[in-house]
Design a protein around this ligand. Structure first.
Ligand SMILES: Cc1cc2nc3c(=O)[nH]c(=O)nc-3n(C[C@H](O)[C@H](O)[C@H](O)COP(=O)(O)O)c2cc1C
Length: 402
């Protein structure tokens, strides 16, 4: 019987040695020129040696002018190939495979980075986090073509550097997810309107990559099961996109959900958020599926594989806190991990900054792992809030007196 330590063969023949997948976790450990630092490389060595079969990098941006956070890595050409090779090498130690996640934030690029972010349409962000973002302007058709080319170029550099594959990030409300969503995409040209048009940018990126990378090089897709709001990207749309990408021979589909306006990706204690959806879709496609979001127990992970509900177990926060979770699992030393709900103990502040804290706490812990320091288990959010302000330059968002 297939279990969590059985290898997985992707349709193109790539072998993943077991079913643990480190989901993307934006580490924000790039230097001032958007290059990987030695700390980042250390962190990936820890994950590879911790036993994970497939490691997805934190999102790497394809355009210097459009970044989601300070500390993002950006690839626009091959000038940093030597450092990227070191990163790929660290992530493939111990038989692990490493896929580089490629992303463009679209309007989810904060004020501190983008005065005027871009998006399919000029529709502002809403929700508790909207204060951090400027209203975007709509991309022109020529600009869309340039962005497609940037994704393709970055994927070619990833392959040259020795990464085992790439993952296109079309989830969590970033640019490709904005194109897919009828709420964010109100274009009336060939990139808006019906689903075929809304997914055109994604298909062109994928086909362009495939033409350059060849049939043997894995290309994965991260996609939302829905963006969890009325008039947005629905489950029916999501299934159709997955099936279409499957027909085009995508190598792996990772299912997730939500965006900065309706975060679902950082839920605690809600179980495995997308498993029902994934097992429904799984029977209709040939590509393997990874489910990410909410796995915390050894039993839950094992059962999801043994019951054939997913092919890979995507883990983000658990692998930050326990980078050697798969090794511990193998020796019988892992049963469950508790994810704490971080709080400032000030209700109104928590509401405003909860998703920010949720990210920065884990970014802080990744930095500890990278430096060989112990992770800090706490529910006190103040240190993470300070870390976020320092790192992301958020003080610039606080209204100045006078
Ligand atoms: C610190 C942090 C950074 C993240 N960065 C990314 C990212 O760069 N790309 C992405 O697709 N998801 C990102 N995510 C979302 C995770 O990949 C994952 O979907 C989410 O945390 C739910 O999985 P979990 O319950 O195993 O943590 C991030 C999550 C965290 C906590």
């Amino acid at each position: 019987m297939t279990n969590i330590f059985t290898s997985l063969e992707l349709p193109n023949g790539t072998i993943i040695k077991n079913r643990f997948m480190k989901a993307a976790t934006s580490e924000t450990m790039g230097d001032k020129e958007y290059r990987p630092t030695s700390e980042l490389i250390n962190l990936y060595r820890a994950w590879a040696n911790g036993g994970t079969g497939l490691i997805i990098t934190g999102n790497v941006m394809v355009d210097q002018t459009a970044r989601g956070e300070f500390g993002n890595i950006v690839i626009e050409d091959s000038k940093d190939l030597t450092l990227l090779k070191q990163w790929a090498h660290a992530g493939t130690e111990n038989g692990a495979k490493i896929f580089m996640q490629l992303n463009h934030p679209g309007k989810q690029s904060p004020k501190t980075i983008s005065k005027r972010p871009v998006s399919p349409s000029a529709i502002s962000m809403t929700g508790a986090n909207s204060f951090a973002f400027n209203t975007p302007r709509a991309l022109t058709n020529v600009e869309i073509k340039v962005i497609i080319q940037k994704f393709i170029n970055a994927a070619v550099v990833a392959k040259d550097a020795g990464f085992s594959g790439v993952e296109i990030h079309a989830a969590h409300g970033y640019l490709l997810s904005q194109f897919l969503s009828p709420h964010d995409n109100q274009r009336v040209d060939e990139c808006g309107g019906n689903l075929k048009n809304r997914m055109r940018i994604l298909v062109e990126i994928y086909q362009g990559m495939r033409a350059k990378l060849g049939a043997d090089f894995p290309i994965a897709l991260k996609i939302n099961s829905s963006d969890l709001r009325e008039g947005g990207f629905s489950e029916e749309d999501s299934i159709k996109v997955i099936q279409e990408m499957d027909k085009l021979d995508i190598d792996l589909i990772e299912v997730s959900g939500g965006n900065y306006e309706k975060p679902a990706v950082q839920g605690i204690g809600k179980g495995v958020f997308f498993i029902k959806y994934a097992s429904k879709v799984k029977n209709t496609i040939k590509s393997p599926i990874a489910v990410t979001g909410g796995f915390t127990t050894a039993n839950g992970m094992s059962k999801a594989i043994e019951n054939n509900e997913t092919d890979l177990i995507g883990l983000a926060r658990p692998l930050v806190l326990l980078p050697d979770l798969p090794n511990q699992f193998e020796t019988g030393n892992f049963t469950a991990i508790k994810l704490h709900h971080l709080t400032t103990k000030l209700n109104r502040l928590d509401k405003k900054v909860s998703s920010l804290i949720g990210l920065s706490y884990y970014q802080q812990q990744m930095q500890n792992v990278a430096k060989g320091l112990p992770v800090q288990i706490t529910d006190n959010a103040w240190s993470s809030l300070g870390f976020a302000f320092k790192k992301q330059g958020l003080s610039a968002l606080i209204p100045q007196r006078g």
